[in-house]
Design a protein around this ligand. Structure first.
Ligand SMILES: [Zn+2]
Ligand SMILES: [Zn+2]
Length: 256
């Protein structure tokens, strides 16, 4: 499987990542990637950049070492309503908005509350991609999440770092396998993300590829095997930002 895009990478600006955007882009180029997201953590993560970091991202070159750079954020869900830690003004200017749950930013609640928070964040018209749904920190109804992702056409990430570097690796693998099977069942849009916190991890997808193949996810359902597919999806998402009315969609989310 040839991977051309890694939308989930962190730089020094995240406070607990250790490479610059230039080092990340060089690593991406060496791996043959065509597009890289620069998605440092949203401001509620300890050590994360302040809002002016996001405002100033316009100075980052459009391309580095032949790799297109897409400035964005990994925004944090901060409550059961699925609200994000980024003011609208900033969401409007960023090219790429990844959204995820992190215990240090929001401790979470019951399985039902966590599932609701995650799906409500998916309904946010500014959300582009939902990251690491398989992390074991938050109990969620993974079938419902995969179903919502398919219905709303919001991609779920299969996060390579969850499978390779976090401490609860066995639990993460079990959860990731489980949601990947539901993603295959409902044909949810899928994206693989390295979640690199050091440059040598950029574009590293081996564990994620193995997992999606085991789950029977088809190549054409994986966005980042094609640069065009990623760019087309994000462009369509920009148009839909204007049309989506979350309240109109909520009633369709129960699984029969
Ligand atoms: Zn991080
Ligand atoms: Zn994350």
């Amino acid at each position: 499987m040839e991977m051309l895009v890694d939308l989930h990478t962190h730089t020094l600006a995240s406070g607990h990542a250790y490479s610059t955007v230039t080092e990340n882009a060089l690593a991406a180029s060496r791996r043959g990637l065509r597009l890289m997201g620069m998605t440092d953590h949203g401001p509620s993560m300890p050590g994360a950049p302040h809002l002016f970091h996001f405002e100033n991202l316009t100075i980052i070159p459009d391309q580095l070492f032949g790799v297109k750079i897409m400035p964005g954020v990994e925004a944090n869900i901060i409550n059961p309503e699925g609200e994000l830690d980024m003011p609208l003004k900033y969401l409007e200017t960023l090219s790429l908005i990844l959204v995820g749950l992190h215990p240090i930013c929001y401790p979470g609640g019951t399985c039902e509350e966590n599932t609701q928070a995650y799906i409500k964040a998916m309904l946010n018209p500014y959300t582009d991609i939902m990251v690491h749904p398989g992390r074991p920190d938050f109990e969620m109804d993974l079938e419902k999440i995969a179903y919502a992702s398919a219905l709303l056409n919001v991609p779920l990430e299969v996060n390579n770092s969850s499978l390779s570097t976090i401490q609860e690796k066995a639990a993460a693998r079990k959860n990731c396998k489980s949601i990947a099977r539901y993603m295959a069942k409902y044909r949810s849009p899928v994206i693989l993300g390295s979640d690199a916190h050091y440059c040598d991890r950029v574009g590293e997808f081996s564990e994620a590829i193995e997992l999606v193949q085991e789950a029977g996810i088809a190549g054409q359902d994986i966005l980042n095997t094609s640069l065009e597919r990623v760019l087309d999806y994000l462009a369509a998402r920009r148009i839909r930002r204007k049309d989506i009315k979350p309240s109109m969609l909520m009633h369709r989310l129960s699984i029969a």
